[in-house]
Design a protein around this ligand. Structure first.
Ligand code: GLV
Length: 334
């Protein structure tokens, strides 16, 4: 009788598709959180004892303190394209691999960016609330007039894969003039393929009818849109944030919306989410959704599977599929 080696132990930090857990169980001894309990930072550290890998979502903070307290941890595989929940420098210094889940969500997230743009510009949820409340008694010439999408100027801040997919929808599908601002300018062929023209941030804010944010969160992008930037936008403009909470100063936005300094906003992400700034809940000209831009079953399954593949690739085959850092060669505990 042969004695088989014990499987590496991993943690799945949130409830997940059963078929992805089954796949992981072929390779690992898996502790999962199918009850979807809300763990504190201390509980997460406790659960990670003895684990070499974790499948995290954007909600679990992987801090320097956690890494120090979990010396066996070797990989954190995020089921999200964004990874601002990771202290990446600390992970790199500690010899811990980080991976994210890019590409598989690009088109789905771009669809949602467009859905939020259309709902905001055409006042879809605001008018639905009015109807449900029984206020609709007759037609009037200016009832819920919004602003056009077709032929308008779309300004995209952050022109990565998702920004480019939104630009293509705008330019090719809706005949929009698409302008963008990004840390680095795209090459001419990519600009032509998505029908977008590079401009500086001030020009974008002053010119766009619809400003759409899809820039990754970092200390450098914190409050990319605050009171000063809102003041530069047209009073008829809309602002859409599908990037991350903290890219917009939500308190300043609530004031700008209430005082009609811009026409409307559509927000899928919030500073300190799932808490939402209370003033945003009381203004009518904002569409609010609970961070669901990538939420189709097909895409969420693909994101989960990609995170699982990263764990298997790294811990079983010694490779990485979608790495976000190059860890220092530091020996972790065994
Ligand atoms: C969602 O916000 C993601 O980063 O995947």
């Amino acid at each position: 009788m042969s004695i088989s080696a014990a499987k590496p132990r991993i943690l799945v930090a949130r409830a997940l598709f059963p078929e992805v857990l089954d796949f992981l169980s072929q390779h690992f001894d898996v502790e999962s959180n199918q009850a979807d309990a809300a763990w504190s930072a201390e509980q997460l550290i406790d659960k990670l004892q003895g684990k070499v890998g974790v499948l995290s979502t954007g909600g679990e903070r992987i801090s320097a303190a956690l890494l120090a307290a979990c010396p066996q941890l070797r990989i954190c595989a995020n089921m999200a394209v964004g990874f601002n929940n990771f202290d990446l420098d600390a992970m790199t210094a500690a010899g811990v691999q980080g991976t994210n889940a890019p590409d598989v969500l690009t088109e789905t997230t771009a669809d949602f960016g467009f859905a939020l743009l259309m709902a905001t510009a055409r006042r879809v949820t605001e008018s639905e609330h009015y109807l449900r409340a029984g206020h609709w008694t007759r037609w009037s010439y200016d009832m819920f007039c919004g602003s056009d999408i077709h032929s308008a100027t779309l300004g995209i801040i952050g022109m990565g894969r998702i920004g480019q997919a939104i630009a293509r929808r705008g330019a090719l599908g809706f005949g929009m003039q698409v302008i963008y601002h990004n840390r680095s300018r795209l090459d001419a062929a990519t600009e032509a393929a998505c029908g977008a023209r590079y401009v500086d941030k001030t020009t974008l804010l002053q010119t766009a009818d619809h400003v759409l944010l899809v820039v990754p969160y970092s200390t450098a992008s914190h409050h990319t849109i605050g009171a000063a930037e809102l003041a530069q936008m047209k009073p008829t403009a809309t602002l859409i944030n599908i990037a991350r909470g903290g890219i917009v100063d939500d308190a300043a936005l609530a004031v700008a919306l209430r005082e009609r300094r811009i026409a409307a906003a559509g927000l899928d992400v919030f500073e300190g989410e799932p808490k939402v700034h209370p003033d945003l809940l009381t203004v009518s000209n904002v569409v609010l959704t609970p961070h669901i831009a990538s939420a189709t079953l097909r895409t969420r399954r693909a994101m989960a599977q990609l995170a699982a593949d990263n764990l298997v690739d790294f811990l079983v085959h010694g490779k990485v599929r979608t790495p976000i850092n190059t860890p220092q060669p530091v020996a972790r505990s065994t």
